[in-house]
Design a protein around this ligand. Sequence first.
Ligand SMILES: [Zn+2]
Length: 292
Amino acid sequence: MVVRKTYHCNNQILEWEWSSDNPLMPYPYWTSCYLIDGLLIDSGAPAGENDLKEFVNSLNPSQMIDKCFITHTHEDHAGGAHMLNTEFGIPIYTSDKALNLLKRGNIYPEYRQVAWGLKLLPVNAEIIDKPIITKSKKYNFELFPMSGHAPELNALIEKDQQWAFVADAVQPKYKMIFGKNSDIQEDISLICQSLSKLYDFTEGMDNLLIFSAGNGVLQGREFIKVKMEEIENLRIQAHEYHGELQKEGYSGKKLIRKLIRNLFGKESIIEQLTQGDLSRENLIISLIKWEK
Ligand SMILES: [Zn+2]
């Protein structure tokens, strides 16, 4: 297992990243937790439990975690929550939409087990529907719903500091999508709506920092705009090609295959590894369904 620790913003934020070193993975998949004044945002993957335990034990008294917030219920974000709660007595908070999913736990397809560990244990979480004030009362985090990647996803925003902790709601590149057979169903129109909402909400924040999960810190509000334009261009292109190909007599699987070639050159290698769960095809279907 591989662990990275990074301090951000004059040591106010400690990022703990984790990836499996399973040789079956084509490249490392990282996930992040962020620790800010006693608040831990997300909890890593089930297979990272022991590394997270070591991390918690290594903290000095001023860094001690007094609460953990789970942004969404995917196993690479909620995987350490059971352990934090049962072994350290750390209360776990989440949004109302995520609560029952967390309480239930989850079993998921094998390719996700390879990346993140065998299963998500049930988490005894509590709902939080008001801003989260940190241990020394220095920071105030607002919950900010951002559906699209997962229906229950809530980002946390610290307005005064101009920080947005978005988990997987903002991606560096929109080239792949989840869906089909698994419980992870992404929706590109909702992703774009959430980005637009975030863009409006952060108006006036000229130094906005967007903290992603495993994809680093994305700088500036403009980044959100670029992502919205990227998605809009993909949508227009997909609809144009779709119309043209239909006129040429293409339909069904053949049409989708042709669209993948036109838009991306080829299907992602991940498609095979996940038996179609994660694929460009899923992204294309979501783009085509999105009528304006
Ligand atoms: Zn996720």
